[in-house]
Design a protein around this ligand. Structure first.
Ligand code: NIG
Ligand code: FE
Length: 388
């Protein structure tokens, strides 16, 4: 029988409050039994069942694998020069996306797949066991279909983002491009996509265009999520709530009305602190959202423009240091919060029946993720019950 016991865990974060202390469901001196890729028992070490195969966690902390719910991994080349210019004072705008669109269209399928695979592996080795990725650097029917076909080889959490920006060949004809998305792209990407997303912001799509696209996606069976209010205050959050979006992402700008709407909804508020870091923008006042009791996720937003990192430990450090999350809130948002943003109940926690996706840290506490920024604190990553 494929059975394995992780014993001598100094501190286990289950994210299941019925199993241990606080919202994180903390158990000290814990053990975890895995069978067929899933958790089959969890509890105190002294009452753990026996197993032929055991791993000694040597008193270290174990956390659920990170659920990185927002990324753009299907692209070619990078934009290092654009980043350097920003660090000299240029500001970030949606316009940079066109550079990556050009490079992505010119790249081969193999190049796109190997670049995305590299990034998924990079994330996995830093503890990300569930990853979402969007399309959005193709922006033709053919290039969006191939982007999602490639994405689907790497994860089931695939998002159609044909509405990333209006491509140059549709300059001045944004509504025609919206029609292309609604009338052709959605049907053709559908076999490879679970989600539909729109960049609803300055320089991208208006609220009305975003509504039209997301409604067309919903009719086709895609589930809505949204890039909202990254660059300016707009109606993106209200639209996300109106359409029952799983998540509104970035939300670098929001007002009291947005907070009230989110409070009454099931829509997750996803912060992407790597984007503020890398575009040298002001961080949003996340505490207002956290204190309102809204469900919050954090994600890396890995993309070549605004946030070229796959490291969720780094994102946790930013959320704690610069957005005033507690270490507990940041860890929860990077695991259970990410799972809720993807409407998944099998990942983001360690309970009987959940996927055995977890990270053995090199330290005895998860606090070190923020306390020791930039240091590799990942000792072992387990995915589907197997050490990778
Ligand atoms: O989530 N905001 C829109 N899309 C990406 C950035 C894409 C790019 O700059 O290439 C984001 O930050
Ligand atoms: Fe994004």
């Amino acid at each position: 029988m494929s059975q394995s016991l992780i014993k001598n865990i100094g501190l286990l974060v289950t994210n299941n409050p019925s199993l241990g202390k606080t919202e994180l469901g903390l158990i000290e001196n814990a053990a975890l039994l895995i069978e067929h890729g899933k958790v089959s028992w969890v509890g105190a070490s002294e009452s753990a069942p026996t197993s032929e195969k055991t791993t000694d966690a040597a008193g270290k902390a174990v956390i659920p694998g990170f659920v990185d719910s927002h990324n753009h991994l299907i692209f070619a080349k990078d934009r290092a020069a654009e980043f350097a210019a920003r660090m000299k004072g240029e500001s970030y705008s949606a316009g940079g996306i066109a550079t990556t669109v050009e490079a992505t269209r010119a790249a081969s399928d193999d190049d796109l797949l190997s670049n995305a695979t590299r990034l998924v592996h990079e994330g996995l080795h830093s503890g990300t066991t569930t990853v979402e990725t969007k399309s959005g650097y193709g922006l033709t029917v053919k290039d969006e279909v191939r982007s999602l076909h490639i994405a689907k080889q790497l994860t089931d959490e695939t998002t159609f983002l044909g509405a990333h920006v209006v491509p140059s060949e549709y300059k001045g004809k944004a509504d025609e491009y919206v029609d292309l998305i609604c009338e052709q792209m959605i049907t053709q990407v559908k076999p490879y996509a679970k989600w539909i997303d729109v960049f609803c912001d300055k320089g991208a799509f208006t609220t009305d265009q975003a509504r039209k696209i997301l409604l067309a996606g919903k009719v086709a069976g895609l589930l809505p999520r949204l890039h909202a209010n990254q660059l300016e205050q707009g109606d993106g959050i209200a639209l996300g709530v109106e359409l029952g979006a799983a998540s509104v992402d970035h939300i670098s700008h929001f007002n009291q009305n947005d907070i009230e709407l989110l409070k009454k909804s099931k829509t997750v508020a996803t912060f992407l602190p790597g984007a503020e870091f890398s575009t040298r923008s002001n961080y949003p006042d996340a505490r207002k959202i956290l204190d309102a009791g809204i469900t919050v996720a954090i994600a890396s937003d890995c993309n070549p423009g605004s946030s070229y990192t796959t490291n969720m430990g780094f994102v946790i450090a930013l959320a704690v240091r610069d957005m005033f999350f507690t270490p507990e809130q940041a860890l929860w948002s990077a695991t259970k919060g990410g799972a809720l943003a993807l409407q998944r109940d099998d990942v983001g926690h360690l309970s009987v029946g959940s996927r055995a996706d977890f990270v053995i840290l090199k330290e005895s506490s998860y606090i070190h993720l923020a306390y020791r920024p930039g240091v590799n604190l990942v000792d072992e990553v387990w995915q589907h019950g197997k050490r990778i």
